[in-house]
Every structure is written in C-alpha cells, then in structure tokens.
Ligand binder design. Structure first.
Ligand code: PLP
Length: 438
C-alpha cells in the first residue's frame, strides 16, 4: 500500500534529488523504489511499511547491521565533547590517534601508520598520490604509472575512476587522469605489461582481492603471491583495495590474510564504521612510512578537511569493538558457508543459475540461457529477478557489465534462519521470473 508520505516524498525526490549511480530517466519515470525509514539488524523498513532483508548490507558496508544504539551513543558522546577540529599540520585529536593505533594492531603485518579520508574513492586517490610522491622522494620521478585490473571498481574520484577497470565508469566523461593501465587477472599479462611499459615507469599496482562491484570475482589461485613477486622484482608498490573486503567480510579481518602476502598500502572505508559515519583511510607499511619520515621535506600537500574526523573515528572504534565482542568475523565465515550452500542449491535446482561462488559473506551467481555453453539471454534476466526478490522482501544487486549476475553481501550479524530466508526468497523470485518470461 502506498502511503501519502511516500507519494509526497517521491515527487520531491524526482524534483530535487540527483541520486548517485542511478538512471535519471528511470527516477523520473518511476520515482524511488523504496524510501527507507528504519533499520534493525538485517532488516530495513520503508515508508510503505514494507520490510525487507538488506542482502547487500546496503552498499556492502553495514557490517554490524542496522539500528545499533551503541553506535549512536559513540557519535553523541564525541559530538557533545568535540564534534570537529582540524588535523592539519600539528593539530590532532584523541579518537583519531586511538583509531590509528587500533588499526595498526588489527591490520596484517607492518601496516602501522594510517592516513584518514572520508571514503573509499578518496582513499584510493590518496594511495595513488602517495605512491607517486614517494617515487619523487626516492629520486625516481618517472615512476608515475598505475596498473589496475579489468572489472575492478575503485571509486569515482578522478584518480579512482581512472583506476577503475569497469570501462563504462571511465567512459562517463571524455577525459580521465593520465598514466593508468589495465590488465586481466593473469600473472603473465601483468609481467608482459610491466616489461612493455618499462618497470622504471611504474609506480604501483592496485587490486581488490575479491572484485566486488565487478561481480564478486574471486582471485585465481596463487595469483596474488605471483604478482607480489613481480612487484618486488621491479620495485612496484602494491596497493590492496579492501574497501569492501575489510573488517571481517571475508571471514578474516582483511581479505589479504587469505593470500599470505603483504601489501605496501591497504585502502579501507565502508566496514570501518559499518556506514554509521563516513570514514576511510590508507594504511602504509613500515618501509614506506620510514622513507616518508626520512625523505619528506616541507609539507605533505595532501589532506581532506575530514581526515581523522573525531566523531567518525569514535564511531569506528565502537564498530571495531562490536565486531570483536560479538565474534562477527567468525560468524561471517560460518554464515558464508551457509550462504554458499544455499547458492549451490539454487544452481542445482534452476538450470538458468550457474557459477555459484562465495568468499565469506560475499556471494554471486550468474544467470545463463545454457549452463553448458555459458550463453546468456539476449535480455538480462538478473534485473527482473532482483526486482521480484525486492517485492518478496529481499534487497540484492545485479551486475550486468559483462555478466548477468546477482551478488550478495549481507550484514555479518546474519543468522542461519535469515540466510535460509534469503535463499528461499531468491528461489521463489527465480521461479516467478522463469514462469513469466521463459
Ligand atoms: N573501492 C571499492 C572496492 C569499492 O567497492 C568502492 C565502493 O563501492 C570504492 C572503492 C569507493 O568507495 P566510496 O564509494 O566510499 O568512495
């Protein structure tokens, strides 16, 4: 049932609100599909009183689930005491210092120093600028190039867009930042590109361990170990983008821990606050940090007004405390296995479902016309299935750049009954769409 409030807000939305990553034509024709008003645990409720499971943790970020009062209290407490102060130059604040220290303990290896930002895109832009500046300090200013993987998503700031391997994001404008190169997830292709471009011109390589927005694409076995070797051989910095995978999503604190290698920089955002405040950052290993300490002269001319925002940092500290106290990383591992079983069940039951995959609480399935040949339907089916699932009470997301996929990223607090509920709804949605369209 559509309420008066929904009608009023929909009209205002169409008139005044330009949505991120959206179709303006669709918005003008249909208005918002949900205007959410409340969240509790894995559930969201909209202005029509429709309650749905947030199968994506909203934007892969609400790891501890919705409606956690302690988080509001952490924000209130810090806002009441000191809402904001500068961290530029010699100024500092306690939550930022405490969070930086806490991160140094939970991040793998010697990633012991952090530069804070307000989100993932800013974190990746920061990593590129720090990498390039680093090479200037090291007297190798010709090292400017950044290599990323095709199908990657690194955000929408100018550097982050330019690094993003999903081409439609780069084609949105007709000019991106220079010196970005893209490779498939193949060790050989990486080596070939490095040697062709000249290792002495390459500043850094960036990758997500599991590509999220590109379709929950898992890394080929042993891939990152080999890439790390090539980076070491040629002095290329390795940046790992853990904006989605950080803070327990994959069943370990950070996804890089599955790979048993160390990056030079690690970018994070989203799960650091579970979306309760805007925060991101780049962690540097000791080697880089020490080089910056000894070689840097004058001012490090890079900083955001909200780098190290005291409220966001206090909220992050509470978020990490909750993740640890409630064993959410272990739960992500266990519930990830349940989710994967459910996706496998759907693959067996529906001939149009293939390539069920999971990595902790990240999952994906592909929709195909013929699972033998992998041939896709002429019209993508995943948007219809996802729309049907939303009607039935489950929010999911499609990936239709190069596949016809549905992806999953529920809150890390999810329990077995809720995973089963997700799988049952999806099962029903697939059956309904098959009946209507095929
Ligand atoms: N990196 C990855 C892997 C992401 O998934 C995202 C966002 O989805 C970003 C970077 C960009 O983060 P933000 O949207 O906070 O700028």
């Amino acid at each position: 049932m559509t309420t008066l409030l929904t009608t009023e807000l929909s009209e205002l939305d169409k008139k005044h609100f330009i949505h991120p990553t959206s179709s303006i034509a669709q918005q003008q024709a249909e208005g918002p599909s949900h205007i959410f008003t409340e969240g509790k645990g894995v559930y969201l409720t909209d202005t029509n009183g429709h309650k749905v499971i947030d199968g994506m943790s909203s934007l892969w970020n609400v790891n501890i689930g919705h409606g956690v009062k302690e988080m509001a209290e952490a924000a209130y407490e810090q806002m009441s005491k000191l809402a904001f102060t500068s961290n530029f130059s010699t100024f500092s604040n306690e939550p930022a210092i405490r969070l930086a220290e806490k991160l140094s303990k939970i991040l793998p290896g010697d990633l012991n120093a952090v530069f804070f930002t307000s989100g993932g895109s800013e974190s990746n832009d920061t990593a590129f600028k720090l990498a390039r500046h680093y090479w200037i300090l090291k007297d190798q200013p010709e090292r400017q190039k950044i290599i990323s993987r095709k199908m990657s998503y690194h955000g929408v700031a100018m550097g982050a867009t330019s690094a993003t391997g999903l081409k439609p994001f780069r084609d949105f404008t007709n000019a991106n930042a220079p010196h970005f190169h893209y490779v498939n997830s193949s060790v050989e292709e990486f080596r070939t590109l490095v040697e062709k471009e000249g290792p002495e011109t390459i500043a850094a390589f960036i990758a997500e361990i599991v590509q999220g927005a590109g379709g929950v694409n898992l890394p080929p076995e042993g891939y990152f170990k080999e890439i790390r070797k090539i980076c070491d051989e040629y002095g290329i910095l390795m940046i790992i983008d853990e904006v989605i995978t950080g803070f327990g999503r994959t069943g370990k604190y950070f996804a890089i821990e599955h790979e048993e290698i160390q990056p030079d920089m690690l970018c994070f955002a989203k799960g650091v606050t579970s979306g309760y405040a805007q925060l991101g950052g780049v962690a540097l290993n000791d080697r880089l940090h020490n080089d910056f300490k000894t070689l840097s002269k004058g001012t490090l001319l890079h900083g955001y007004t909200y780098s190290g925002h005291p409220v966001a940092c206090n909220v992050a500290l509470k978020n990490i405390e909750i993740i640890e106290r409630n064993g959410l990383i272990e739960n992500a591992k266990k519930m990830g296995e349940e989710l994967y079983k459910g996706l496998k069940y759907l693959e067996e039951k529906h001939e149009i479902v293939t390539n069920a995959r999971g990595f902790g609480l990240l999952g994906g399935i592909d929709i195909v016309k013929d699972s033998q040949s992998g041939e896709r339907f002429a019209e993508y089916l995943s948007p219809l299935i996802v729309k049907e699932a939303a009607k039935l009470g489950l929010i999911l997301r499609t990936v239709t750049y190069d596949h016809d996929s549905i992806v999953f990223s529920p809150p890390l607090i999810i329990n077995k009954a809720e995973v089963e509920q997700m799988v049952n709804i999806l099962d029903q949605a697939i059956s309904n769409v098959k009946r209507e369209v095929l």
